[in-house]
Design a protein. Structure first.
Length: 276
């Protein structure tokens, strides 16, 4: 995400995108990532975490490669959506693999490293994206994913153990309702279609009622009975809703109105991101 933000102006100029079309370079990714996250997390239990993680890496790596070499705006946006599918698999499975691989104090340390890496990535990603864009091309910000993906794929094959596969039924209706609901809300907000936002929220309400009665819920509602956890969910929701649009618009303002280079706009974010 952060690599894309500082290079968004160059992506738009290179592909001849309007401001609305440029927003879809980020929104297409967010749409599939958010829409498929619950289902992807569930599949890691049913298919096996190592196997689904490798599939996610493969999807993410191939889509990054295609984006990096494509000259078509339609292909770039489509591949960003596919990249989001890969990320929706990688994100929950990573935490699940950490929980499998470590116990007690080592588990706490591993999760701390995981959180610290995400914080560091918010600063480093903006600098790397800005640097690659200024010195090489915005394409390098996507192509750099490819060697990392190959390395992770090899290391996963060698070191990560297969997890136990749980023979449980998949909540297909819940998956459908959550995907349609989230896609409707995200697409509707992006395009300013309030009727789609309403339809999406309606599907999410039906999803919640379905999760209450089904025997194998995609999202066990018991998770929300803990007030501390629910408070963390709400805080995280509001934080991400604020941060992602802010990070999308601010580099464009810095570059278009103040004449910053992509790299300079990455440095300009440090006072905000360094605290992470």
């Amino acid at each position: 995400n952060s690599i894309v933000f500082t290079s968004s102006v160059q992506i738009g100029n290179s592909l001849g995108l309007t401001p609305a079309a440029l927003s879809w370079v980020s929104s297409a990714y967010t749409l599939t990532f958010g829409g498929l996250l619950l289902l992807s997390g569930r599949l890691s239990d049913l298919i096996g975490r190592k196997r689904i993680f490798l599939i996610g890496l493969l999807i993410f790596g191939v889509s990054s490669l295609v984006i990096g070499i494509s000259n078509s705006a339609e292909i770039v946006i489509t591949m960003r959506a596919i990249q989001g599918i890969g990320s929706s698999i990688i994100a929950p499975t990573t935490l699940a693999l950490i929980m499998d691989a470590y116990q007690n104090d080592m588990r706490q340390r591993a999760i701390s490293y995981y959180g610290a890496t995400a914080g560091i990535g918010s600063s480093i990603g903006l600098l790397v994206g800005g640097g690659l864009t200024s010195l090489i091309s915005w394409r390098a910000g996507f192509l750099i994913n490819v060697p990392f993906t190959i390395l992770l794929f090899i290391l996963t094959l060698k070191y990560v153990k297969h997890s136990e596969i749980k023979k449980e039924s998949i909540d297909y209706l819940g998956s459908f309702l959550s995907i349609i609901g989230l896609v409707g809300v995200i697409y509707g907000l992006t395009e300013g279609e309030l009727n789609l936002v309403f339809i999406g929220m309606l599907f999410l309400v039906v999803f919640i009622f379905w999760e209450k009665k089904t025997l194998s819920p995609l999202l066990p509602l018991v998770l929300f009975k803990n007030k501390i956890r629910s408070g963390a969910y709400i805080t995280r929701l509001l934080f991400m809703m604020t941060m992602l649009p802010f990070w999308f618009f601010l580099p464009q303002m810095m570059q278009n109105q103040y004449g910053f280079s992509a790299l300079e706009s990455g440095f300009a974010f440090l006072p905000l991101t360094i605290v992470n």
